[in-house]
Design a binder for this molecule. Structure first.
Ligand code: NDP
Length: 259
């Protein structure tokens, strides 16, 4: 099997290496913190936080990711293969930043400014680093990369994860009629196995992206996604069990058959 692309993983540029370290530290802190403290948005909202409109919050929070990604990518010389990988990132983030917020059933819902600020900071660093790596530090992304198992396994996982995430979010949307704000038990698709298939799909998707891109920021992002969404999914799962007496007992929280 072809080896992992060292050039993309190791760079001596201090700002790049420093920000990668920040992302790794962020992942560890997020996993520890969120295992004991559930972020106060959505079903876990609590009094005492300064908030803003939830739809606007999603746009403000997510838009820095594709914007910083494109600026950093364009500052370098991405290969054609690198541009193809970049397109995967941008498909996800164009949807998440500018389409998803307007499809959510979120009338009257708010989000704490503190979580929005954390999202802006993370997405600025993550988008910038991922674009920079593809534009400046990816000499492995030539046509021969397309013949590696890394690329194909990554692409398959990315597409499967994206489809799972999209379907799961679609099921959640159909649980509310326009104007409704309450919660029901979701069924169908991967909800047969887990309470949060949208999070499972997201983790699979970015793991696939990391394999297909072969860059350090993509690997750091996959790690962060799991560190953030596994504890959140466990909290959501407990909330379902506490809230609905008839909640399906065989479901796991996030990872089918495991967790
Ligand atoms: P949730 O599953 O908590 O909520 C998604 C939407 O569905 C919200 O509008 C929510 O309403 C609604 N909803 C959830 N459960 C129910 C239910 N049982 N009945 C009716 N409506 C429901 O997801 P998040 O908001 O945490 O995340 C949204 C998307 O963003 C997901 O696809 C997730 O994977 C992705 N994401 C990615 C992250 C990453 O690190 N890469 C980080 C965070 C999110 P309400 O808001 O009122 O609860």
């Amino acid at each position: 099997m072809s080896s992992w692309p060292d050039a993309a993983l190791w760079s001596s540029e201090p700002v790049y290496v420093g920000l990668l370290g920040v992302m790794l530290a962020w992942s560890i802190i997020a996993a520890l913190l969120l295992s004991f403290y559930t972020a106060p948005y959505g079903r876990h909202s609590r009094e005492g936080w300064t908030t803003m409109n939830a739809r606007a919050a999603w746009v403000v929070m997510e838009a820095p990711s594709p914007i910083c990604f494109v600026l950093a990518l364009a500052s370098g010389s991405p290969s054609t293969v690198g541009l193809g990988i970049a397109a995967l990132y941008l498909v996800h983030y164009t949807y998440r930043s500018f389409i998803y917020p307007f499809r959510m059933r979120a009338d009257g819902k708010t989000k704490p400014l503190a979580t929005v600020a954390a999202g802006v900071a993370f997405n600025t660093v993550n988008g910038g680093l991922n674009g920079y790596a593809l534009g400046h530090l990816a000499p492995h992304l030539t046509e021969s990369w397309l013949a590696t198992p890394w690329f194909w396994l990554g692409l398959v996982l990315f597409v499967a994860g994206f489809a799972t995430n999209q379907h799961a979010d679609h099921v959640l949307r159909t649980l509310r009629k326009p104007g409704e704000t309450g919660y029901r038990i979701p069924f169908g698709g991967a909800y047969r196995w887990v309470s949060c298939p949208n999070y499972f799909g997201e983790i699979v998707e970015w793991t696939g992206f990391a394999l297909a891109a072969g860059t350090a920021p993509a690997a750091a992002f996959a790690l962060f996604t799991a560190a953030n969404l596994v504890p959140r999914g466990v909290s959501n799962h407990r909330w379902y069990l506490d809230t609905f007496d008839d909640y399906p007992s065989g479901r796991r929280a996030v990872i089918p058959g495991l967790l």
